[in-house]
Ligand binder design. Structure first.
Ligand code: DSN
Length: 487
């Protein structure tokens, strides 16, 4: 497995990246040495921990370096060739390239590279759907071309229509995202929302139940996609459901975009040919800079293209440049090998847990993530997350379906394979990781708080955290992060 720092470029690439970072840190030190120190420490900490957070990865030095330029200083509201600021010719080059790479990589008719994050991408998508399906016909009905042409009375009528649409998305506790209609989130407030879940026995999405809910609720938007569901989704079925009830299918592929890009998810599992609008982040399995992206069919492209001024302000041109670099990397054949390894390694991790009698939501995985039910160890997610962190294993606690401990303490730990796969971990290492995790959790006990049993406090048997951390360090040293990069 090729590690990311090599990126197929070898020792010279690593040495050049080293020089670049050393010089950059010397410059930063002249102003605020504590930031230079924190930057060095962050690399050291990332190098010495087993990063298993399913939404994190390690971007290449080329991607990271691209973000540190004067593109950060430029305003460029508008879109390629149509800006509200002067002197955007170079930003146009950057944005056009990011969009071109995205279209080619995903086979999408249209791509929009401006969203700063996944939430921004989802808001752009929602408002583009509302603009296309509610605002445009509303304006036509009222004989107006533009919102500014409406009388106050008509404007109020249109606002009432826009604010009374319906969204059906996956619930947070079964693996959906906050932006898929969770009530405390803006998506649960700007839409009348309803949530679908998973089958209580199997933990899998029950498409018949989603269809029944859609028939009854008749949403404008059906959202598919997840952040903590360890299985693949059949997007062809989701599209059938959307078509039957006249809904627009939006897929949020933030977590698994790398598996789509790497052609692990194809056919019915590739959202791009099936959805009207697809959103993603660029920093998870796709291994790019922190940011968002929207892909759309011709029908929704004109509205998405108005992300600014509709939802967004000035784009982060330095990040769009890094998206272009990351997407160019993802178009290389090595990325397919990487994506397949991400899926294979998640499978090995899940198998390792199952053979060690740890309980998994859905009993396994077929994507990049594994959701461990830590009640099988008598722990809360909070206790398990902290005990693992003490042992050099970085994960995040996560709710499981119908979680008895709620969204703060939780009963689950979510594991993901993208980051360690980037470091070069393969089947042997992931099996060893499952062994280390089980060793920590089976030697961790809940502890009492001042008023009885605590959901946060815990004790680990003597020597276990130290022993596991040493074993983790051995694995990490054998698969170094950014090898050849010295600061
Ligand atoms: N915070 C991201 C995750 O960890 O899945 C989703 O927004």
């Amino acid at each position: 497995m090729t590690s990311v720092s090599a990126s197929g470029q070898g020792a010279e690439y690593a040495a050049t990246a080293s020089e670049a970072y050393q010089a950059a840190l010397r410059v930063i030190e002249t102003v605020e040495p504590r930031i230079a120190e924190a930057t060095r420490k962050e690399l050291a900490d990332q190098r010495d921990s087993l990063k298993l957070i399913a939404s994190e990865n390690y971007a290449s030095p080329a991607v990271l370096l691209t973000m540190g330029t004067w593109f950060s200083d430029k305003y460029a509201e508008g879109t390629v060739g149509h800006r509200f600021y002067a002197a955007c010719q170079n930003v146009d080059t950057v944005e056009a390239l990011a969009a071109e790479h995205a279209r080619e990589l995903f086979g999408a008719p249209y791509a929009y590279a401006q969203p700063h994050s996944g939430i921004d991408a989802n808001l752009v998508a929602y408002w583009a759907i509302l603009a296309t399906r509610v605002e445009a016909p509303g304006l036509a009905e009222m004989g107006a071309k533009h919102i500014n042409d409406l009388s106050e009375a008509d404007w109020e009528k249109l606002r009432a229509k826009l604010g009374n649409q319906r969204l059906l998305g996956m619930s947070l506790d079964t693996g959906g995202h906050l932006t898929h209609g969770f009530r405390p989130n803006i998506s649960g407030k700007m839409f009348h929302q309803r949530q679908y879940g998973t089958d209580p026995t199997t933990g899998f999405i029950d498409y018949d139940a989603v269809a029944a809910s859609a028939r009854e609720f008749k949403p404008l938007v059906l959202v598919a996609g997840y952040s903590a569901y360890p299985r693949r989704v059949n997007f062809a079925k989701m599209r059938e459901i959307a078509d039957e009830v006249g809904a627009t299918l939006m897929v949020d592929m933030a977590h698994f975009a790398g598996l789509v890009a790497g052609k692990v998810f194809t056919g019915d599992e590739d959202p791009v040919p099936h959805a009207h609008v697809v959103t993603t982040t660029t920093h998870k399995s796709l291994r790019g800079p922190r940011g968002g992206l929207v892909l759309a069919t011709e029908e929704f492209a004109p509205a998405v293209d108005k992300g600014c001024p509709m939802v967004l302000g000035g784009p982060l041109s330095h990040v769009m440049a890094a998206k272009a670099v990351a997407l160019a990397e993802a178009r290389q054949p090595e990325f397919r090998t990487y994506a397949q390894a991400v899926a294979d390694n998640a499978q090995t991790l899940a198998d390792g847990f199952v053979k060690r009698d740890a309980g998994l939501v859905t009993g396994g995985t077929d994507n990049h993530l594994v959701l461990l039910d830590v009640t099988s160890f008598g722990l809360t997610g909070r206790q398990a997350e902290s005990a693992l962190l003490d042992s050099g294993i970085v994960t995040n606690r996560n709710a499981i379906p119908a979680d008895p401990n709620g969204a703060w303490y939780t009963s689950g730990i979510r594991f993901g394979s993208p980051a360690l796969t980037t470091r070069g971990f393969g089947a042997d290492e992931f099996d060893r990781v499952s062994e280390l995790v089980v060793e920590v959790l089976s030697n961790t006990q809940p502890a009492a708080g001042p008023n009885g049993p605590s959901k946060a406090k815990y004790t680990i048997a003597d020597g276990v955290a130290e022993r596991v951390h040493a074993a983790a360090s051995e694995l990490l040293e054998a698969n170094p992060l950014y090898p050849g990069l010295t600061l």
